[in-house]
Design a protein around this ligand. Structure first.
Ligand code: DGL
Length: 276
């Protein structure tokens, strides 16, 4: 196990979504260096089976371990939902996911006990949020809505186009009709859509981005003290992708409104492919 406190922290996702967690890490852990892996050759993860997702997450965690990380953030709800326990048992550095963080955030916010969850098909099918709420001994009702169009739209940088607005209206309407007062953004790509989602839902619904609670949990594991910073910088991190590095850099910088560091492709590596 790596114990050097100067070692980097690994963060991974299917693509750009984990950058919403990197952003939050910039606020609370500004001194840390991140090694990011975006599995863009295999995005979207949301239509994959649990065993495929475990295989993909395992390969990426192995890659991050070889880089000497001292901790890992599984910044993908779809893999956190089905692979987190597997990863925590296999690797001996702290590994945090994003599911319980989202549920905790929602439990703090809801007044009427009706919590909406938008996520990928894989996350909704896993029932991971409902199980986490039960573990926390909560009786809230979680109403799930899979949103398969959102991830490809965000990966293309289309966070406020007519087709994204149309998709948001379509996905949110049943949750609005059900009277939710809180909505978990159960996919790390979705915080990039937050301004649009807020516009559609209005003031009566509170949006919960699991990133903040995830980073606070990681912070507790690593330091136990908070070092907040407003000066966000992403260019000292290292980024790896399995797909096109230029597209990741271009859209990522646009979404974060800040420069990223170098983005390197891990080209055509079979070990990064889904297990059948
Ligand atoms: N951002 C990921 C998640 O939180 C994966 C989305 C996808 O690739 O479908 O679920």
């Amino acid at each position: 196990m790596t114990t050097d406190k100067n070692s980097p922290i690994g963060v991974f996702d299917s693509g750009l979504g984990g950058l919403t967690v990197v952003k939050e890490m910039g606020h609370y852990l500004p001194g840390e260096k991140i090694i990011y892996f975006g599995d863009t050759a295999n995005v979207p993860y949301g239509d994959k089976t649990a065993s495929q997702l475990i295989g993909l997450a395992d390969n990426i965690a192995g890659f991050l371990m070889a880089k000497g990380v001292k901790a890992v953030v599984d910044a993908c709800n779809s893999t956190s939902a089905v692979a987190l326990e597997f990863l925590q048992k296999k690797y001996d550095v702290p590994i945090v996911g994003v599911i319980e963080a989202g549920v905790r955030g929602a439990l703090n916010q809801t007044r009427n006990g009706k919590v909406g969850l938008i996520a990928t098909r894989a996350t909704i099918d896993s029932q991971a949020h409902r199980k986490a709420a039960e573990k926390l001994d909560s009786k809230v009702e979680i109403l799930g809505q899979a949103c398969p169009l959102f991830v490809p739209l965000v990966e293309a940088g289309k966070v406020n186009t007519p087709e994204t607005i149309k998709a948001a209206n379509m996905y949110l309407a049943p949750l609005q009709r059900a009277g939710i007062d809180t909505l978990i953004l159960g996919c790390t790509h979705y915080p990039f859509l937050a301004p649009l989602l807020k516009r559609v839902l209005g003031d009566g619904v509170c949006l919960v981005d699991p990133a903040e609670n995830t980073v606070l949990e990681l912070n507790n594991l690593l330091h136990g003290k908070i070092n907040e910073s407003q000066a966000l910088s992403f260019s000292h991190h290292e980024y790896f992708v399995s797909g096109d590095p230029a597209a990741f850099k271009e859209v990522g910088e646009r979404l974060l409104n800040a420069p990223l560091g170098a983005v390197t492709q891990i080209p055509g590596d079979k070990s990064m492919k889904a297990v059948p």
